[in-house]
Every structure is written in C-alpha cells, then in structure tokens.
Design a protein around this ligand. Sequence first.
Ligand SMILES: [Zn+2]
Length: 116
Amino acid sequence: MNSIIRGADWVLCEERGEGVPDGIYGVACMTCEAASPLFDDEQTPCAVWALHHTQEQPEHTLFLARTERHWRVVRRPEPEDPAARRPTALDRAFGPAFVGLMCLLTAASGLLPLLT
Ligand SMILES: [Zn+2]
C-alpha cells in the first residue's frame, strides 16, 4: 500500500486488496490489429502470445506491451477545522498507515458485490 502522490485534501494510492491484481498485462501487435487477451498478475501469457503471433506472421515482430494498474483517490483523513490542519508529529507517523487502511477498506468494499 503506497500513496503515490498527495494533494491538500486528497491522496492518490494504488488500489490493493483481495482480488485486486497487482497488474493487468496485455500485448498488441504494432503491425496489425491483433491483441492478446488481458492477464491478471502474469506477463508470461503475453510473451507466449507474442511468440505465437510472430510464428504465424513472421513479419510481425514489434509489440506494444501494456501494464495497467488500479489507482484510487481518497479523501485525506484530516480534521475539517483549518486551525487543526497543521500536521502533528502523530499525524506524520500514522497518517500514511491510516490512508493505507482506508485504501484497503475501499478496495474490500468495492469487492463485496463480487463476493456475495
Ligand atoms: Zn500482427
């Protein structure tokens, strides 16, 4: 769980949690329109697909490999009172962990419909 970048009130983080892939991989031929299916967490099937494609079409040797990841922006957990907005030492120590927990919870709640 890493926050990637922080704005004043929002935090961008990688979406992690049960069922959320680390990466979604795909590869597309640059010579024709052919593209592999998308694979969660595994690059090897893309490599196999590209090799098979070149075996079938020996002129097609250049591919565009893609890795996709889920990001989520969450509201920065902080008091609304502007006087209390100055981060404390405690905030600095526990802020990122709390945001990480928030991201986990958000990911889990997003998955609930899939699990029922
Ligand atoms: Zn091709």
